[in-house]
Ligand binder design. Structure first.
Ligand code: FAD
Length: 364
């Protein structure tokens, strides 16, 4: 196979870059290791509702997400936050009305974040997108790039003038071989970049009736007992089924060993916080991102305590001279980590590939 720009990774940044290149009439091929597009964006249908198991929000001051929603006519709505909050202390005791609605003012998308993946990928020539295709090696020589790809168990090579790794830098460091090899310091720099939220897990509890809303509760809860430590309403923009989701506070290693037990205790926790009607969710889903090797590596199992300063170090940006570029959200200097950062990274990369000098903008 042959192309001009090979995009590795079909998450938001890879797809947004493909969209830019398609708009400019440029030739590209996008390869995605998993059997679906979206990466950390994962929206699951339950009945007539679509529920986010990855990112759910964007925020005021994030213009690219707002513009994309407008472009594709995807309705934006406010995170539900009417009513009292709940608080659970370490002993399990519950208090009503204590705390603050930490996600009040956040925006959600009708149909979930998967709507932007569907819209972006739906607008691209599907011959240029290959799923189940994992890049294992990127060889660089005078004439360009040769990528070695495993596609459904078959080894395939792709020749390209240049390659964009729209995958988390740490995933690149651990799973892609470069030839000639990257300098040890470059490899270490890539590996040092934590993948935002990769070690997190969410539980989604879906109900036909929004019992918490009916009781005057917002669905927001903070818990010092767990297993869910922060809970929010995750219902669709209108109609049901309705849902709550919670971030799990149990460390990744323990989660993997005790997934069934965690779901059982989470159900009990929902009853303790929101009432006995919560005992029988229509669906109870655990999405553990730490178990997805294309996104989370062993070092990501210990979540970053704070939001890291993102943007690629200069030694990595220098690889552009070899036709090797990086463009996941972690490479975005302003909104790195967020969905907005994935769009920022794609926008800068499209400008770089078109020959614009944006090096100073990308400097950390
Ligand atoms: C639980 C959770 C909640 C979050 N909440 C929010 C939120 O509310 N708001 C927000 O702004 N952000 C949030 N984020 C962060 C947000 O999801 C990311 O910023 C964004 O999705 C990153 O997109 P990306 O395309 O850069 O990377 P990814 O989505 O990680 O995409 C990378 C893609 O590359 C593929 N890949 C990896 N290796 C290879 C290979 N060798 N060959 C081919 N393909 C490969 C992967 O399978 C993946 O599809 C959250 C993340 C998580 C996990």
């Amino acid at each position: 196979m042959q192309t001009d720009t090979l995009i590795i990774g079909g998450g938001l940044s890879g797809l947004a870059l493909a969209d830019h290149l398609a708009g400019a009439g440029a030739e590209f091929l996008l390869v995605e290791a998993q059997d679906r597009l979206g990466g950390r964006i994962l929206t699951r249908a339950v009945g007539d509702g679509r529920f986010d198991l990855g990112p759910a929000w964007f925020w005021p001051g994030q213009p690219r997400m707002a513009a994309l929603a407008r472009r594709f006519n995807i309705a934006v709505f406010d995170q539900y936050s009417s009513g009292d909050l709940m608080y659970q202390d370490q002993t399990g005791a519950v208090q009503r009305g204590r705390g603050y609605a930490s996600m009040q003012g956040s925006y959600r998308l009708a149909g979930g974040m998967g709507s932007i993946i569907d819209a972006l990928s739906g607008g691209l020539d599907h011959h240029r997108i290959v799923t189940n295709a994992s890049v294992e090696k990127v060889a660089h020589a005078q004439g360009g790039i040769t990528a070695h790809v495993q596609h459904k168990g078959t080894a395939v090579t792709v020749q390209a003038r240049r390659v964009v790794l729209a995958i988390p830098p740490r995933v690149a460091a651990e799973t892609v071989t470069f030839e000639p090899a990257l300098a040890p310091a470059q490899l270490q720099s890539l590996w040092n970049v934590p993948t935002w939220m990769a070690g997190q897990a969410k539980i989604l509890a879906v109900y036909d009736t929004p019992h918490w809303r009916n009781a005057g509760l917002s669905g927001d809860a903070m818990s010092r007992r767990g297993p869910m430590v922060e809970i929010h309403d995750a219902s669709p923009m209108a109609g049901g089924p309705y849902a709550l989701f919670g971030f799990i506070g149990v460390p990744a290693d323990a989660r993997t060993l005790h997934a069934d037990k965690i779901l059982q205790v989470a159900r009990d926790q929902l009853v303790a916080l929101f009432g006995p009607e919560m005992a029988n969710p229509r669906d109870l889903i655990l999405q553990d991102w730490a178990t997805v090797p294309e996104i989370a590596r062993a070092a990501d199992r210990r979540p970053a305590g704070h939001h890291p300063a993102y943007g690629l170090p200069a030694s990595i940006r220098a690889l552009a001279d070899r036709g090797i570029h990086f463009a996941s959200t972690e490479s975005a200097p302003v909104f790195g980590g967020f969905l907005e950062g994935a769009l920022e990274a794609a926008e800068y990369m499209a400008a770089i590939l078109s020959g614009a000098n944006v090096t100073s903008v990308r400097a950390r």
